[in-house]
Design a protein around this ligand. Structure first.
Ligand SMILES: [Zn+2]
Length: 486
């Protein structure tokens, strides 16, 4: 039996089309998934959208849409993004899916309740009468609603259900400390442990239906609707079939990929729910930073928000995938700009990789090749690359692969096979391009597949070992241009 591997993104809130920050997350998760697939693991990759909540309900109203129509539209953009970016997700979960998602959420609630971990208490929150909804602390700007700065924020209290998260504080802390629930990179583990040093507090788990009309009803209580935690976090189980037994094939999840602002919920509330429900904890959470644009924070007021679906009208998906992974050190913020994307497309993908492939295949088509030992391949630091992949240091993986592409280009420059017609040199170069294409598959899959097709080898699921198998000599045809300059 093949090893199992399960990886997820968070599910973004379907209130607007995706911005570039989520593209970073889903590409990072796709590189993880494709790396495991390349190694031959039976991999399941889940993404989706979080669609309930008063904010969506109110925005829909303003746009004269039903909430369902509104979230269908927005969820559609995320679905489109996954498709356009060539993401290899195996399923796309939607929290409004009553057939796939709701039964598992209700089952989760009932398990926590049965354990005695759900109780009623007064909840007090900041309410904006303009938005007709509770505003989270994070959304407030100078204690005012950002959309209604002239209205006073009201403190409204109501009876809600709470989840007894405090009960699981110590167990969660120990699991994180001992890496049973591993948080990577380390600085985020320390950050989280510091955050919970005084213990986790119970969390509000529902809202009065009149304040949250768009969501999953609390079982046996018509006046209460589940708040985001039980509704959204449970997607990681319902997306693989929970409560149907088949979820056990992939649970516990190997990796949750999350943004740094989402860590506390995934390392705190979610493990608490799982412990209460008697389910195994996630094995690992990997954390990414945010993207700045030309060194500045992205925001609507600065007018520098980047929509990935717009970029994809100008640039190939592989270029965007590559540029985002190259620009973002693991766990840190990355900087992104359209100019940087263009430069990487032109100077790295077209000039370095594209030129190498087109020059070598062009010559090989004319002169033919002769099989020999590939000494050039020894310059590829394969062991190091594997280690970097396993540590999710994808920017460094790309540095190493492109350092080898430089070596190949220099080798061609020095040996001048276009003058010498040396078929062995051409074989070494072609065989090295094969290794490059295999290693680049997680990052730029469609380019990698094009190269594989032209050179007559297979890339993708379980094909990592192609790197070590000498390339079969076939009649080579000059590759079409991989990256047209922009
Ligand atoms: Zn408001």
């Amino acid at each position: 039996m093949k090893d199992k591997f399960y990886v997820t993104t968070t599910i973004p809130y379907a209130n607007a089309p995706p911005h570039i920050g989520f593209a970073l997350e889903i590409i990072q998760a796709d590189v993880v998934a494709r790396w495991k697939k390349l190694l031959g693991k039976d991999t399941f990759f889940l993404t989706g959208t979080d669609e309930h909540g008063t904010k969506n309900y109110q925005t829909a109203k303003k746009q004269n849409l039903t909430p369902k129509e509104f979230v269908d539209k927005n969820s559609g953009f995320f679905h489109e993004l996954a498709k356009e970016l060539n993401i290899s997700n195996d399923y796309f979960i939607r929290t409004t899916d009553k057939k796939v998602h709701w039964p598992g959420v209700v089952e989760m609630w009932k398990r926590l309740e049965k354990k005695g971990d759900i109780y009623k208490k007064k909840y007090e929150g900041s309410y904006c009468s303009g938005c007709e909804r509770f505003i989270t602390e994070k959304e407030l700007e100078k204690r005012k609603c950002p959309n209604h700065p002239n209205l006073e924020i009201q403190k409204i209290s109501e009876e809600n259900y709470f989840f007894r998260l405090s009960k699981y504080s110590d167990r969660i802390r120990k699991a994180v400390e001992k890496d049973e629930l591993k948080i990577q990179p380390k600085k985020w583990k320390n950050d989280f442990l510091n955050l919970i040093k005084d213990g986790l507090t119970d969390v509000s788990f529902s809202r009065d239906k009149k304040h949250l009309p768009w969501g999953i009803p609390v079982p046996e209580d018509k006046n209460q609707v589940m708040y985001v935690w039980c509704d959204a976090l449970t997607n990681y189980l319902t997306g693989i079939g929970f409560p149907n037994k088949k979820y056990e094939k992939y649970w516990p999840v190997d990796i949750h990929v999350v943004g740094k602002d989402m860590l506390r919920f995934h390392a705190g509330i979610w493990p608490g729910m799982l412990l209460s429900a008697g389910l195994p904890l996630p094995k690992e959470i990997i954390v990414h930073g945010f993207l700045t644009v030309g060194g500045r924070k992205m925001s609507k007021s600065l007018g520098n928000v980047i929509a990935p679906l717009d970029l994809l009208k100008q640039f190939p998906a592989d270029s965007l995938r590559y540029a985002l992974m190259r620009a973002t050190p693991f766990g840190d913020d990355g900087d992104f700009s359209e100019q940087a994307l263009k430069d990487r497309h032109n100077n790295e993908l077209a000039d370095k990789l594209g030129n190498l492939v087109s020059r070598v295949t062009g010559l090989a088509e004319k002169t033919g090749v002769e099989k020999c030992e590939n000494k050039l391949l020894k310059k590829l630091k394969l062991k190091e690359i594997e280690k970097l992949f396993d540590n999710y240091e994808f920017d460094k993986v790309l540095n190493e692969i492109f350092a080898f592409i430089d070596v190949c280009n220099e080798y061609a420059q020095n040996k001048k096979p276009w003058e010498t017609k040396d078929k062995k040199i051409l074989y070494e170069l072609l065989d090295s391009i094969k290794a490059v294409a295999v290693l680049l598959w997680p990052f730029i899959p469609s380019t990698s597949e094009k190269i594989a097709k032209d050179l007559g080898f297979k890339v993708g699921d379980g094909k990592f070992d192609e790197i070590k198998k000498p390339l079969k000599v076939v009649k080579v045809k000059k590759s079409e241009i991989l990256f047209r300059k922009i």
